[in-house]
Write a protein that binds this ligand. Structure first.
Ligand SMILES: [Zn+2]
Length: 112
């Protein structure tokens, strides 16, 4: 792995760890389905915050921003594995809505 790649990876992990999410979460994309011929995942490019535990009125398996889960079966199969929680965070969360919700939580926690 190149030094540049390592730096990007470390930066992404640091960024993701700075997000004030009080429950277990993963970085994940919306999964629409799986290509029949190639088995490739058909999904979004945006990295969301996916809750791996209930958090207030949001439930385990929901995206923090409320992004629609179009294919619950594929979502369950591909996104809800507990095994890659750490490796999922090697790429930055990019969803602006998820980050905005996280930012609001930080302010709320700071005021308490
Ligand atoms: Zn999102």
């Amino acid at each position: 792995m190149s030094a540049l790649r390592l730096m990007k990876l470390a930066e992404a992990i640091r960024f993701n760890e700075s997000l004030p999410i009080p429950v277990k979460w993963k970085r994940a994309t919306v999964v629409n389905g799986i290509a029949k011929k190639t088995g490739a995942i058909i999904g979004g490019k945006i990295g969301h915050i996916l809750l791996m535990e209930d958090m207030g009125d949001k439930k385990r398996g929901e995206f923090l921003c409320g992004a629609e889960i179009k294919n619950p079966f594929a979502h369950q199969m591909l996104n809800m594995s507990e095994r890659n929680i750490d490796s999922s965070k090697q790429e930055r969360v990019t969803c602006r809505k998820c980050l905005a919700v996280a930012e609001r939580m930080k302010r709320k926690n700071g005021a308490a």
